[in-house]
Write a protein that binds this ligand. Sequence first.
Ligand code: UDP
Length: 323
Amino acid sequence: MKIFVAGGAGYIGSGCTEFLLNNGYEVTVFDSLITGHRDAVDKRSEFIEGDLADRKLVRTVIKNGDFDGIMHFAAFSLVGESMTNPGKYFMNNNAHALNLLDAAVENNIKSFVFSSTAATFGVPEKMPITEDAQQHPINPYGESKLIFEKMLSWYNKIYGLKYTALRYFNAAGATEKFGEDHSPETHLIPLILQVPLGRRKSIKIFGDDYDTPDGTCLRDYIHILDLAQAHMLALDAPRSGHYNLGCGNGYSVKEIIEVARKVTGHPIPAEVEAKRSGDPAELIADSTLAKKELLWSPKYENVEDIISSAWEWFKKNPDGYSK
Ligand code: UDP
């Protein structure tokens, strides 16, 4: 089986590419390297540097590639930036991604797997979050992902494109080769680990008066290799569908810092700051459906294992990928 991975030089796309290759798939990575890294492209894959905006290139590459499936990770993903520059998000995550969708239909691609997100739910009414929860995004990033889910659904109804939208909760951890290197970094675990790496003095806790047991936000952290497993299984899913992917456990910001102290042996000073706008108190997945229908079985449900894997990668790559 030959898979086209758009965004395979990014955090989750690189881990997924490695996982596919380890499981006998052939992979072509397509990435603009705007946010991705050349060194994050698994050397066993074919690499094409290109942008989804280039409709002609996208259509030519898909036409000539004889692919069995497409995985689409190539999106902008900074919530804060999407609030100040929404057009960047709708342009790339929707308008440009349409080129990939059209190419999939033109070439009768058997399976399209899309990186969606818990941010499509906004502030959910009920926890844990099931697939049928109302989707009311509270930022343009989440909205752009929801719009693409709807585009997929219409392409399914009209052209019969089979798709799977995987809504990740908090992607975390690393493989031995590939880890998290965002610029700027906004995610909790890599920021915490910058303290023992000597890259920052302390970690900021964004708000400690939420309605949660210790006052800090609860999130459901999911290892990138478990996300990768779900992508691979989705290629053979019998029907189109949407699935929430998380471990089903909520860890508070304070708990994550405490686990990182244990894993790294460093005191990791923390300071409470103002809340970050747009942060729901709690986001926890109900992944029963993915387990039942995709036969997904996450292997890294212990958050200490997730943080340890990230720590091992950062110790080897304290400044991330070479620039
Ligand atoms: N967070 C924090 N300090 C930081 C970065 C994040 O307290 O320096 C909190 C953030 O408010 C949220 C949780 O950590 O409650 C996870 O944030 P992250 O950005 O990693 O993922 P998100 O849940 O926003 O997708």
